[in-house]
Design a protein around this ligand. Structure first.
Ligand code: CA
Length: 223
């Protein structure tokens, strides 16, 4: 299972260090941004499971960045000063999952992080491969952070390929698993859905035909 990735956006270096050290020790993979532009750049180029977002930042404030983080599918925990009740309310209304107030205890931080990750089912229901992220419970697909609309059958087919990366799957197997009907030898339905999946997800070079068998999703390292 790939590590849980957390983006820490905090301009006060001692606090950023504290967050990074504590979360790294707890087994999370951390990346730090120190201003609005740095945060936006990282959201655009990398995938995160959670963003810890300070409200007061140079460049852009946390309120501007929050919708941006949500667009990329990352839940947000706000970091606010203890006195800023208005900020906390505003953050929650904008869709933040939770907030922590400065100064905070490490125990509280770790507990809140864990709750938000569990709520988002980040621990169990996510399949990630290349730039594709699938949430099997929410039945959502992101490509490079952007939502992709799939039909129910296309979605089931994609999940089957992601769970069997590198393995050649027979058309008959694909048909019976996804359509849950006996295979009568008509390959067009499977072929059509594979073609559409390739196009929607940019998998032309990766979801390959296997002669006389069916299809195989190449592993990331094979591409
Ligand atoms: Ca700050």
């Amino acid at each position: 299972m790939s590590p849980i990735r957390i983006l820490i956006v905090e301009d006060e270096v001692p606090i950023s260090r504290l967050l990074e050290t504590s979360l790294t020790q707890a087994g999370y993979q951390c990346t730090c941004a120190f201003d609005g532009a740095g945060c936006a750049d990282l959201l655009e180029t990398q995938r995160f499971d959670l963003v810890l977002l300070d409200v007061m930042l140079p460049g852009a404030d946390g309120f501007e960045l929050l919708p941006y983080a949500r667009e990329y599918g990352a839940p947000v925990i706000f970091i606010t000063a203890r006195s800023d009740v208005k900020d906390r309310v505003r953050g929650l209304k904008l869709g933040a999952e939770d907030y922590i107030t400065k100064p905070f205890s490490i125990e509280e931080l770790l507990a809140r992080v864990e709750v938000v990750l569990r709520r988002g089912h980040k621990l169990a229901s996510r399949l990630v491969s290349g730039d594709i992220t699938v949430d099997t419970e929410a039945r959502t697909v992101l490509r490079a952070g952007r939502p992709v609309e799939l039909t129910a059958k296309e979605f089931d087919l994609l999940v089957l390929f992601l769970k069997n990366q590198g393995i050649a799957l027979y058309r008959q197997t694909l048909y019976e698993r996804v359509w849950q009907d006996p295979f009568e030898g008509d390959t067009r339905t499977v072929d059509l859905h594979v073609q559409r999946l390739r196009r929607k997800l940019g998998l032309e070079g990766r979801l390959v035909a296997v002669y006389k068998v069916g299809y195989r999703l190449l592993k990331e390292e094979e591409t």
